[in-house]
Design a protein around this ligand. Structure first.
Ligand code: F6R
Length: 606
């Protein structure tokens, strides 16, 4: 979604805004803009396209100590200069992340007073605040009133042209943090934007209004009483949001996977003991049914774990897309656990799905990467993914962290349900020791995936096929491929292909077959051969052990072989090579790997 930054202090605000917007660009990159104060006057510059275009259009020598900036992922109106933020109406200038749901009604009323220039809901919010300020003659009261009137989600950073040394901020269901340090203060969508300056921040809550000055921040509740905020500390450094020598964040983040695994192991099960896992995660023995909810890759992580929970922990699992769960009839059960998976912890559909589950009094567990995000705070319990900042729009390390956490949970549940003995559970856990090393080995073999990518990058269609857990892995691998390379790619259950979709296989169509389950390997391989017979080029993705059975059967054109691992951990090793394959395909096609078209990292709208 959109990225917001506000700065007041002694540095050159323009420089702070541009560098912060670059860190926030993963949230949207259709257009960007800045409003800054020079000689007691507000200047607004907006440009279509990436932040670098805005930067190139700003004069080098602007000295300004107060500014707000925005990078946009368009929701209302085209990504052009008029619709870009900041918007200014009367004395009010603001940037917005979210969606104002009642903007059509509000616009009708406000049109009597204001002439609107853009197609955005944001300009309407700006006019409303200006109108309320004129009416109340009090900015804080105007903002509290605006919060009562606006429906939808919003994070707003606001300047009033009659008070050019102060920023104001309000939010609802879109994230916003505040920070102050050494005579300068910030408003930002997330910590990535300001990590260069500080790692301490406050979370602004729904019922609060912030007044942000150079020498400090005052936060009021909705009765306009000053409240004391508790500082949060981000446990990381500014290098977390830098490429550290890699060409793209996606490549850097795939390399981070090794440390993410180490971090998860050291934090939750350093001695590979199921009892320490229980101490850190809790006791799940009372649950007889699990519902897992997420969007995109988080949903796919749920699908992978469904196979594991059901097969090896004997617990039935429903996996739901959050956007569907929100609007469907559900059948809550007494001992049901609802698990919400989200990297950002701010995805609007997942957040609403959580609220729906809570409305039915179901126990909720968030598996979340971003600390203190909305879903983390609203879930009954939370397990953090510990993947660090993820900047590339296409998730890699955070998805794998989600799968690993779910795998650990499945081992724990299997133990608590007496499906596994303590010894068996600990045997599985002790194999975690090798996970970082095996992942590193895969990352070191990048050129193998690059060679395969070179053979397939010109194709227009491809298929990922597999059965059961391999099908769930196909869904993630296929999403990765299509979102960054723009090649049309489908994940298909291998046995289902012949019921229609096989008609799309042509001479040289790449078919990537994932085969890890020994008991059904021959079935999937028959399906792969059916596509081969119709001209497909086959990339087989399998384990060392299974490959031995098939190496003399020349049905594949290329092969990716990973180490045979235990059933809980094997999926992790399958995905890393396929993430790398997508990366190289996109690289050969010359696409914007970290910022694929039409996408944004944190989807805070419905
Ligand atoms: C794909 C991707 C998305 C996210 C989805 C959910 O690479 O990143 O599909 O997985 O938008 O986002 P979170 O996990 O933040 O809820």
């Amino acid at each position: 979604m959109c990225g917001i930054i506000g700065y007041v202090g002694n540095k050159r605000a323009r420089e702070v805004i541009i560098s912060s917007l670059k860190s926030l660009e993963y949230r949207g990159y259709d257009s960007s803009g800045i409003a800054y104060v020079v000689d007691n006057k507000i200047n607004i510059i907006k440009k279509e396209g990436k932040v670098s275009i805005l930067e190139n259009n700003l004069k080098e020598d602007i000295v300004s100590n107060l500014a707000i900036g925005h990078t946009r992922w368009a929701t209302h109106g085209k990504p052009n200069e008029i619709n870009a933020h900041p918007h200014m109406v009367g004395k009010t200038i603001l940037v917005h992340n979210g969606i104002i749901e009642n903007y059509v009604e509000l616009k009708k009323t406000l049109e009597k007073k204001y002439v609107f220039k853009s197609e955005t809901d944001t300009e309407v919010a700006c006019a409303l605040i200006d109108y309320l300020y004129n009416e109340t003659k009090d900015k804080l009261k105007a903002l509290v009133k605006a919060k009562q009137i606006i429906k939808g989600s919003y994070a707003l950073a606001i300047i009033f042209s009659d008070e050019l040394d102060t920023l104001y901020a309000i939010r609802k269901d879109s994230p916003l943090i505040l920070a102050e340090k050494d005579n300068e203060s910030f408003i930002a969508s997330d910590i990535a934007a300001i990590l260069k300056y500080t790692n301490e921040y406050y979370l602004l809550e729904h019922d609060e209004v912030a007044m942000v000055k150079k020498d400090g921040i005052i936060v009021y509740n909705d009765k306009l009483k000053v409240i004391q905020k508790v500082k949060n500390v981000y446990n990381g450094t500014s290098s977390d949001v830098m490429k550290n020598g890699y060409k793209h964040f996606m490549m850097k983040e795939m390399h981070d996977e090794v440390d993410v695994y180490k971090n998860i192991i050291n934090t939750y099960v350093p001695n590979y003991d199921v009892f320490e896992l229980e101490k850190n995660f809790g006791n799940f023995s009372k649950y007889t049914k699990i519902t897992i909810i997420g969007c995109g890759s988080a949903y796919h992580a749920g699908l992978v774990s469904k196979n594991i929970f059901e097969e090896y922990a004997n617990i039935p699992v429903n996996v739901e897309m959050a956007s569907e769960y929100r609007y469907k009839k559900i059948f809550p059960e007494k001992n049901e656990l609802v698990i919400l998976i989200s990297q950002s912890g701010e995805t609007a559909d997942t957040l609403e799905a959580l609220r729906k589950a809570k409305g039915y009094n179901l126990d909720t567990l968030g598996i979340i990467n971003v600390h203190s995000s909305s879903i983390a705070r609203e879930s009954k319990n939370v397990i953090y993914c510990l993947a660090g900042c993820e900047i590339a729009v296409a998730t890699t390390k955070a998805y794998l962290a989600q799968v690993l956490i779910l795998d650990l949970l499945a081992i724990l549940c299997a133990f608590e349900k007496k499906v596994l003995t303590k010894e068996e559970a600990n045997n599985y856990l002790s194999e975690l020791k090798n996970l970082p090393r095996e992942t590193k080995k895969i990352l070191d073999k990048q050129n193998e995936y690059e060679i395969i990518a070179k053979k397939i990058y010109k194709r227009n269609n491809m298929f990922f096929i597999g059965r059961n857990i391999d099908y769930a892995l196909c869904m993630e691998a296929s999403l990765k491929m299509k979102e960054i390379s723009y090649i049309h790619s489908e994940a298909y259950a291998a046995g289902e292909l012949k019921h229609g979709t096989i008609s799309l296989i042509e001479e040289n169509t790449p078919v990537i077959g994932i085969v890890t389950r020994e008991d059904i390997a021959s079935k999937t391989i028959s399906n792969i051969k059916e596509t081969k017979a119709r001209g497909a080029k086959i990339l087989l993705v399998t384990t060392e052990k299974l490959f031995k059975n098939y190496q003399n059967d020349p049905f594949y054109d290329d092969v990716i072989i990973v180490k045979k691992y235990n059933v809980f951990l094997e999926p992790l090793l399958i995905i890393t090579p396929l993430q790398l394959l997508s990366y190289y395909v996109a690289l050969y096609r010359g696409e914007a790997i970290d910022e694929p078209r039409n996408l944004a990292k944190s989807v805070t709208v419905e």
